[in-house]
Ligand binder design. Structure first.
Ligand SMILES: [Zn+2]
Length: 311
């Protein structure tokens, strides 16, 4: 059985044909264009699935941001694609294509992807953290993905690591996401920019918004502002991982998502901070690694949703 994996995001929709060994063949990307409304976005998703499937018998796995009603295949709330909130996406796909589709939160899909194709193939207790625009998470305990009673649990990015930290998009303060994501690093750049108006971060960002690359490049040059921001990133992530280890006792913490590829900048310090914040008997019980799936992680995660639900 082949699967069309769909990685639904606020900027792009990516889809690819994936086989049971994780081999990716056909792959296409289209813009989400969130302002064009529900019908247009759904039509683009369905069109992309048809273009990838080419009338072959397939199943469809979708990774979406936000809270998911996985039983009914509905995105309950995604704050970067609000036009899809409450839409019966799985039913629409079935009606338009005839294909069975399965929906999951994208970070939980990434965890499934590690279980099917990545570093967690033989590991029953692990946690995946997706580091990108925000921070997502998926925790596996004794071979099961934790979703909680209503299915919305596991919002690891909104675990509070410092209650006096910056205000988060969720309305709370000092969530992990306000430290260890692109959005979080931008908040810290703003906080420090008055002190360091001549930072290389601004030079490297040009006229666009500050991105992770500009911060990491400036950090490598010893830039003061970038150093403070990276320190906040490391501190938040290390404390967050320390708490996760204390609660879940995982064997492995897998970091994935775009920012994870800059691990040479942050991994050693994050390991150190995490170590300082874990309960003594747990402090040597786990390792923190970078996902080996790299840019394929999101698509393979989406495809894993269909594999997991039909196994
Ligand atoms: Zn939050």
């Amino acid at each position: 059985m082949k699967i069309v994996g769909v990685d639904l995001g606020g900027t792009n929709i990516k889809a690819a044909l994936v086989d049971e060994n994780g081999e990716i063949t056909r792959q296409k990307t289209t813009k989400t264009l969130v302002n064009e409304g529900t019908e247009m976005i759904c039509n683009r998703i369905i069109g992309l699935i048809k273009e990838i499937a080419l009338d072959e018998p397939v199943k469809v796995g979708i990774g979406s941001p936000g809270s998911i009603d996985r039983e009914n295949g509905v995105i309950m709330y995604a704050n970067n694609i609000t036009a899809l909130n409450g839409v019966e996406l799985v039913r629409m796909i079935k009606e338009s294509t005839g294909y069975d589709a399965y929906l999951e939160n994208d970070a939980k899909a990434a965890a499934l992807g590690e279980r099917w194709f990545g570093s967690a193939r033989n590991i029953d207790n692990f946690i995946v953290l997706t580091l990108g625009t925000g921070v997502g998470g998926g925790a596996y305990t004794e071979g099961h993905l934790i979703v909680g009673g209503h299915g919305y649990g596991g919002e690891i990015g909104h675990m509070i690591v410092d209650p006096s930290g910056p205000v988060c998009s969720c309305g709370s303060k000092g969530c992990l996401e306000t430290f260890s994501s692109v959005t979080g690093m931008r908040k810290w750049v703003k906080i420090f920019q008055e002190r360091y108006p001549d930072s290389l971060v601004f030079k490297y960002s040009g006229n666009g918004p500050v991105d992770a690359k500009a911060i990491f490049d400036a950090f490598k040059e010893g830039d003061r502002l970038a150093t403070l921001v990276v320190r906040k990133f490391n501190w938040g992530l290390g404390i967050g991982i320390g708490s996760l280890v204390n609660i879940f006792n995982p064997d492995l913490i897998i970091l994935s998502g775009g920012i994870s590829r800059a691990s040479d900048i942050f991994l050693e310090e994050v390991k150190q901070v995490a170590h300082e914040h874990t309960y003594p008997s747990l402090s040597h019980s786990y390792d923190i690694i970078i996902s080996e799936l790299k840019e394929k992680g999101a698509i393979l995660g989406a495809a894993s949703v269909a594999l997991e639900r039909t196994k």
